[in-house]
Design a protein around this ligand. Sequence first.
Ligand SMILES: Cc1cc2nc3c(=O)[nH]c(=O)nc-3n(C[C@H](O)[C@H](O)[C@H](O)COP(=O)(O)OP(=O)(O)OC[C@H]3O[C@@H](n4cnc5c(N)ncnc54)[C@H](O)[C@@H]3O)c2cc1C
Length: 301
Amino acid sequence: MGREDRVEFLQPTSWADALAVKAERPEALPIAGGTDVMVELNFDVRRPAALLDLTRVPELAEWSRDEGWVRLGAGVSYTRLIDELAGPLPGLAVAARTVGSPQIRNRGTVGGNLGAASPAGDCHPPLLATGAVIEVASVRGRRTIPADGFYTGVKRNALEPDELIAAVLIPAAAGPQQFSKIGTRNAMVIAVASFAVALDPGRKTVGTGIGSAAPTPRRAVAAEAFLAGALDEAGLWESRGDLPEGVVTEFGALAAAAASPVDDVRGTAAYRRHGLAVMARRTLTWAWHSYQGEADRGEVG
Ligand SMILES: Cc1cc2nc3c(=O)[nH]c(=O)nc-3n(C[C@H](O)[C@H](O)[C@H](O)COP(=O)(O)OP(=O)(O)OC[C@H]3O[C@@H](n4cnc5c(N)ncnc54)[C@H](O)[C@@H]3O)c2cc1C
């Protein structure tokens, strides 16, 4: 191996040091669980001059709760998210359960999913649907970016070269949340398309997120506005009555219309649009049933 082939391995042990290293060596590629990075290195897709290992930075592996928000450190694994945070973050937990295999969920992180910013990443739809905010930092300071503005292109995000993802701030669920993904098999599968929905009956709002059906993950804004309006007009937030079939169908149609899918090896654009309409109808129906079920079980506040 020639000198030019060597990869330097930088291993800070505190957040301050990690930011200092990134400022000094902006070309260093961060590595957390390595479940994306190592695949790229193995296939020679990337040949970074340096890797910036974040696994020894204790601050990244922490989460906390404060005034209705969960602050999820970028280095918290999917397994811990599922075990420790499924209560306040049900939509993200459903998505996390569909990621890879137990081995991938033990290593992989939400921060890594955001760093990779693949349109097919499973965290993105629930982060969009819940109005999550990404906390990023550099030696210059800290800033927050709404998930809605974080994805800037295919596998591109809003990070500056000297910035790292510190955490994701996610509102604790105020109502039912759901996620669905279609792929070519049931497990260990990259989404052909995915959809998340989050209902907030207190605020009478609806959130959505679409994955793998546009250059970036995105919300279905018209579907959100339509459903919130239809539920309000019919007094359904209060009555928890059955959803009219026409409302469910229109929600599905608007969700599908919000996508800009392409034909590729995993599926056709037409299949993705069809799948999105089906997933939007299903996730809404599941979420609504659980909202109705809360009333039946006397869990209404
Ligand atoms: C077999 C297999 C199955 C998979 N299945 C799925 C799946 O079902 N769904 C899915 O969404 N993904 C899947 N993936 C992809 C991968 O597991 C996820 O994207 C995971 O979330 C990546 O997390 P990580 O910690 O391993 O990231 P890493 O590989 O360490 O990093 C990923 C990217 O994020 C950057 N990064 C990491 N941490 C930070 C940080 N704090 N600040 C700035 N940049 C950072 C890295 O530089 C890199 O660009 C799979 C991968 C494999 C190998």
